[in-house]
Design a protein around this ligand. Sequence first.
Ligand code: SF4
Length: 382
Amino acid sequence: MKYVDEFRRQDLARKLSADIKREADPERQYNLMEFCGGHTHAIFRYGVQNLMPPNVRFVHGPGCPVCVLPIGRIDNAIQMVQQHDVILCSYGDMLRVPASDRKSLLKVSAEGGDVRMVYSTQDALKIARDNPERQVVFFAIGFETTTPPSAVAIKQAQAEGLKNFSVFCNHVLTPAAITNILESPEVREVGSVRIDGFFGPSHVSSIIGSQPYEFFAEEFQRPVVIAGFEPLDVMQSTLMLIRQLNEGRYEVENEYMRVVSREGNLKAKGLVAEVMELRRSFEWRGLGLVPYSALKIKKEFAEFDAEKHFELPAIQVNDIKGCECPSILRGVKRPTDCKLFGTVCTTENPMGSCMVSSEGACAAYWSYGRFTQTNSEQESVA
Ligand code: SF4
């Protein structure tokens, strides 16, 4: 297959659906966590859940970069704008995420703060070059996919001798978060979240490769299939996970071979290792403090580290009352379990982070799934 529409062909989807229904053992449940918001989006946009038998259920994970950032870090970004008069550059989704006191970067911008939406780190560098008298901060968020461009920007700023550019580093790491979920009491002890297998992220894995998942496939005895973001990718990966579970195998398989290798992108990994290092722990919305799950800028590049430059305090803030984002990010609850879903909280007026980005589970339910009942929901009603 060569073009994207070939990964959305109805005839192949029907065939895969029939294969899955034939091979899924009706005597057992298959609870498969898609870590990544891109998969959640694909599942809802293309109605993949409705092509599954009732005993195959998708559990949504925390893999949406906007969703997992704790409110305190957005408050830090607002502080830099309001107290230090910086030009804050951020990706569009971040602007709408609610912070403390019902603020957001969009509201701060409406009140006169200099917040600018950018599409890349290169845009932020250009703003810094064009405004030498102002401090420009790039609000860096995301998993391993978006980390290399931040490292490149820092190296570029150093090479150009830019004195007014820094990065507010919030890059997080996927394997540590998956390990944290598998070690959580809800999975290990209470059993309120059953996870039988994982869809490995696609874009993240194009950077880190499939190798980092081998540890927890073996240690936690859960199969992993690295899956692309198209509907046929998700369905083929579902079949691969079902086959592993039926055969009692716990391996890392790669459905997304057209992009992902075992080693990943060595050049990108090398660049990140040159500029950044592991943090001892980092707070994730929903997961709390997760050891060694994020990156910080190395001492050698401290002049480009906004956290050091502006001496930002650690701020801990609770989610707004009634918002179930933390439980949704851990797979404990579904968006429809939240009383605010579709009433107070919609994509036009998000109250929590999961309703902001198209990769958030609440936004996916609201945009594509609210008028349909999935097979498993029909089952549970019956
Ligand atoms: S519907 Fe809104 S308030 Fe409820 S969990 Fe989702 S984002 Fe939070």
